[in-house]
Design a protein. Structure first.
Length: 268
């Protein structure tokens, strides 16, 4: 006996209702095409990207917090050393350097000036104070500290180099070259001193002196490509300058000769 048609129709409707996704009234069904898959993937990607950014932000905040804690611990240790021994100049210099990293050069100046009360003849403290004053845009005060540091420790080529650079920046190139030449007598192959002498002499138009200083390190070690290029440029400039000086001297001698001939003609 077969199943009536009306029963079969009701059964199909019942199964269809169970298999079809439910949706709220007035809501359009989601498309099953490829565009809906891309939209869903994009949403997942955006959420993942946002989570990664939040994680990186949290890591950066932790890193900054850890750096601050480390700086605080280091500051406390150095301040403890200074309390135990105010004459401990190295501790003052280290604390000023820590304040430099934290962007607190004003506090660094205070620490260094306090150290000078008991260590006024410490070249390192003077030099560090000059650097702090330079960062604080007080070049005249900085120059005085650099000069004192160089006078207290004339054998320190780094102090002389910084002092010379400060002099040159202050519009006193001749004094800067004199300081460097004096340092070069004690350290004839110091690269920082030689490079400054090359730059300063070249800026003033003295290519011959610049060339002599550039060739000095090449005499004891093979020059690199940049130094070789610099030496070649200075040789060309020095040769041109020598030719120009020779031509000027020749013109001067010629004028003198003509003037003498005229004088001799008048005198006769």
């Amino acid at each position: 006996m077969g199943v009536p048609a009306s029963v079969r129709s009701r059964a199909r409707g019942s199964y269809k209702g169970r298999l079809s996704p439910r949706r709220s009234p007035g809501r359009k069904p989601a498309s099953a095409g490829p565009h809906s898959l891309r939209a869903g993937g994009s949403g997942i990607h955006c959420r993942a990207t946002h989570q990664r950014r939040e994680a990186r932000g949290a890591d950066h905040a932790c890193e900054l917090s850890g750096t601050a804690r480390t700086a605080d611990r280091r500051r406390d240790r150095i301040q403890g050393c200074l309390r135990l021994s105010p004459q401990y100049a190295i501790a003052a210099i280290n604390l000023a350097d820590l304040y430099r990293r934290l962007g607190r050069d004003g506090d660094g100046e205070t620490v260094l000036r306090a150290a000078l009360v008991t260590s006024s003849h410490d070249a390192g403290v003077r030099h560090a104070l000059g650097l702090a004053l330079t960062r604080l845009k007080r070049p005249d005060e900085a120059l005085a500290e650099f000069r004192t540091a160089t006078e207290l420790e004339p054998g320190n080529q780094q102090y002389a180099y910084v002092y010379a650079v400060a002099l040159h920046s202050g519009g006193r190139p001749a004094e800067a070259v004199a300081v460097l030449n004096e340092a070069l007598q004690r350290h004839p192959y110091d690269r920082s001193v030689l490079s400054a002498l090359v730059a300063f002499n070249r800026a003033s138009g003295n290519e011959a002196a610049a060339l002599a200083h550039a060739e000095r390190p090449a005499a004891i070690s093979p020059p690199d490509s940049s130094l070789t290029r610099l030496i070649n440029e200075l040789r060309q400039a020095a040769s041109f300058a020598a030719s120009a000086h020779l031509a000027a001297a020749w013109c001067l001698l010629r004028r003198m000769s003509l003037g003498w001939k005229k004088f001799a003609a008048v005198a006769s």
